[in-house]
Design a protein around this ligand. Structure first.
Ligand SMILES: Nc1ncnc2c1ncn2[C@@H]1O[C@H](COP(=O)(O)OP(=O)(O)OP(=O)(O)O)[C@@H](O)[C@H]1O
Length: 249
């Protein structure tokens, strides 16, 4: 029996001759935030795609709470508690905030959202969505058209969608993107609390947020993990500084 919430074992994915992920093995422990950082094109999105199930690996495996989920499609992984934050582009802009917040639970059902629109009258689903909105501070906007939300509020809504799944692990793809200084600080405080609910695998370019939040950082360069360690270890790592942080400090 393992305590690991999420684990990848030697994930490989090639696009033609390009190795987008090259034997990537990472773990996520209960209660932690594990950040994955790396330059553009390092393979971070490819890794997340393989973890969420959107992209089949060429080889290697993905385990969720010790269960091999490598061949399961994204909705099945979501039902097992893997919550990937939805990208803003997947929000239905003409629908209300509450309707979007129901997405997570509906997504977990594996059925297309539009098909299930009447499910808003499902009170269990609605309650879960409202609780999630309350957690992220958006409940007062439940009836607002999503298009009217600010960028930062849309980011909060993405997290609410993930939360409505009662997840056992979060996988977040750049939650700070486009938030500005104040928005990033608010999101950082929120993620700091959220880790108590479920651990977070965090792909993020915002180094202030990463250094403030991460228990562990893994550095991906050209598809390979070149270093993994605490914030201090990564800051001091010469190979990391040369490959990535050197021009960011
Ligand atoms: N569907 C695809 N077909 C061909 N090449 C791809 C495909 N998806 C990604 N790549 C290539 O794989 C490499 C890794 O891309 P990926 O998007 O995973 O990097 P990333 O670290 O997420 O980058 P960024 O920080 O810019 O989002 C890049 O060289 C990219 O051009």
């Amino acid at each position: 029996m393992t305590d690991l919430v999420l684990e990848t074992r030697s994930l490989n994915k090639c696009f033609g001759a390009l190795k987008a992920t090259d034997a990537v093995s990472i773990t996520l422990n209960p209660g932690e935030i594990h950040a994955i950082i790396g330059p553009n094109g390092a393979g971070k999105s490819t890794l997340i795609g393989q973890i969420s199930g959107a992209l089949p690996p060429d080889s290697g495996s993905v385990l969720l709470n010790g269960q091999d989920v490598t061949t399961l499609p994204p909705p099945a992984r979501a039902r097992l508690g893997l919550a990937r934050t939805f990208q803003i582009s997947q929000l239905a802009m003409e629908d209300t905030v509450l309707q979007n917040a129901c997405l997570g639970a509906l997504g977990a059902s594996g059925k297309p959202w539009r098909f299930f629109r009447p499910a808003l009258s499902n009170s269990a689903l609605r309650d879960a969505a409202e609780r999630a909105l309350e957690r992220v501070g958006l409940l007062e906007h439940a009836a607002t058209r999503t298009a009217e939300l600010s960028h930062g509020q849309r980011r909060q809504l993405e997290v609410a969608i993930a939360l409505s799944l009662s997840p056992r692990a979060f996988v977040m793809d750049e939650p700070m993107a486009g938030l500005g200084t104040e928005g990033s600080a608010t999101m950082t405080r929120f993620l700091d609390e959220l880790r108590r609910e479920a651990p977070i695998l965090l792909v993020e370019h915002d180094m202030d947020a990463v250094f403030a939040l991460a228990d562990r950082i893994s550095v991906l360069v050209y598809g390979r993990i070149i270093a993994s360690g605490t914030v201090d270890e990564i800051r001091k790592d010469q190979a990391v500084r040369e490959a990535y942080l050197g021009d960011a400090e």
